[in-house]
Ligand binder design. Structure first.
Ligand SMILES: Cc1cc2nc3c(=O)[nH]c(=O)nc-3n(C[C@H](O)[C@H](O)[C@H](O)COP(=O)(O)OP(=O)(O)OC[C@H]3O[C@@H](n4cnc5c(N)ncnc54)[C@H](O)[C@@H]3O)c2cc1C
Length: 366
């Protein structure tokens, strides 16, 4: 059930984004490729990073991205990956790592992707080897969000060989690694197409000592925890994409009205098409979110929402740019256009989402 006070939450988030995401700040953090720590703090203090209020967080993400995705995602992803601790972590891990993140004192990251393993999570090569009562971690991760600013990371690594080629996803364990530990190294990855205010890093682990109590849940179950996390995070990504598409539509309508083009049929058609797609993306996203927030996530609906909303963000920003010409190329639309593309890649590319949907259908599970 979508809560009745959603409009109230939405207005609060929108007012915050319009006030804080000024043109100067958007450009500054983008050009300097700098993580907006002051904005993250303000958003936290205003109560937007509240994991006990999932609809509030969802609408905040949509409204923040509607104004600026780079600042919005940085501000609201400070607890990135922490759902794995919430769902599978021990009381010790919750106290040590989750609670400071929820108090806004610490930042977390989620490190799965490697140079040779993106969509194919089971192909990771980072390894955990037993040493005494704990583990030694070696390997590397790329494109890790919050990579240069997080205090700790939820890291997936192989802890035992796969039992068979069909069971490559077995034998992977998830551990919490602190960025201050010896052997941890993070280097900022610069020059992304969009979302440049978000921190993205190449991370290396050189003989990092990981205590036994930092294993999340059960040894060997890491792949399952990552997939469970995707059921949650893909809804947030769909919401980011929805916000971008709505923001591009807002700019497009504003351009058409302020230039007196509203009586031209081609503009009318383009606006109608964009608005219909945005509305469809919102319905899919809220439907998937509703399932998740009632504790019965539906991976097919989640993948449909993530795939369609990502594609909608790319399509609507492209459409709006085509119709606004030079003015669009030097307006906020230019940035929305660059920011949109990532929505079709992170947390599962469009092809991966389509595979999730079609596999379930072909297995007769729908
Ligand atoms: C800005 C940014 C931030 C990110 N943040 C994080 C993070 O915090 N943590 C993290 O772990 N990862 C993160 N990622 C990584 C992201 O999740 C991966 O980029 C994504 O999973 C895709 O992996 P890849 O880039 O290696 O592409 P690949 O998996 O190499 O895919 C390349 C192409 O092949 C297609 N493809 C792959 N497999 C198949 C298949 N079986 N069938 C059909 N087509 C296929 C893909 O759809 C894609 O078009 C981030 C990425 C970006 C860009």
């Amino acid at each position: 059930m979508i809560p009745e006070n959603l409009d109230e939450l939405r207005s609060k988030a929108r007012e915050f984004a319009i006030r804080e995401f000024t043109e100067d700040r958007i450009r500054k953090y983008e050009e300097e490729e700098k993580y907006p720590e002051e904005i993250r703090r303000k958003a936290f203090e205003a109560g937007f990073l509240n994991m006990n209020d999932p609809w509030g967080m969802l609408v905040a993400m949509e409204e923040f991205c509607r104004v600026d995705p780079g600042l919005g995602i940085s501000a609201l992803s400070a607890a990135f990956g922490s759902e794995v601790i919430m769902l599978f972590g021990s009381d010790y891990l919750k106290r040590k790592y989750l609670e400071p993140v929820l108090r806004g004192e610490k930042i977390s990251g989620f490190a799965v992707t490697e140079p040779s393993a993106g969509s194919d999570v089971a192909g990771i090569k980072s390894r955990l080897e037993r040493r005494g009562k704990g583990w030694i971690l070696n390997g590397e991760k790329i494109f890790i969000t919050n990579g240069t600013v997080a205090d700790h990371f939820y890291v997936l690594a192989r802890s035992s060989p796969p039992p068979s080629p069909e069971k490559r996803h077995h034998g992977m364990t998830m551990v919490v690694v602190e960025s201050s530990w010896p052997g941890f190294e993070a280097t900022q990855m610069k020059g992304k197409l969009g979302m440049r205010a978000t921190s993205t890093a190449h991370i290396k682990f050189h003989d990092v000592e990981v205590p036994e109590e930092n294993v999340i849940g059960e040894e060997g179950k890491g792949f399952y925890y990552v997939m469970t996390f995707f059921d949650i995070s893909r809804i947030h990504v769909a919401t980011q994409a929805l916000g971008i598409a709505q923001g591009a539509l807002d700019s497009f309508v504003e351009y058409v009205v302020s230039n007196g083009l509203g009586n031209r049929e081609s503009y009318q058609f383009a606006i109608a098409e964009a608005a219909t797609r945005v509305h469809a993306a919102r319905l899919l996203t809220y439907d998937a979110a509703d399932r998740l927030f009632r504790f019965s996530p539906d991976p097919v609906r989640t993948s449909m929402a993530k795939y369609f909303a990502g594609e909608t963000a790319v399509h609507v920003t492209d459409l709006a740019l085509r119709y606004t010409g030079l003015r669009g190329l030097t307006s906020r639309l230019e940035k929305f256009y660059r920011d949109a593309k990532i929505e079709e890649i992170w947390e599962g590319t469009n092809e991966v989402e389509k595979l999730v949907i079609s596999r379930m259908l072909l297995k007769g599970k729908r």
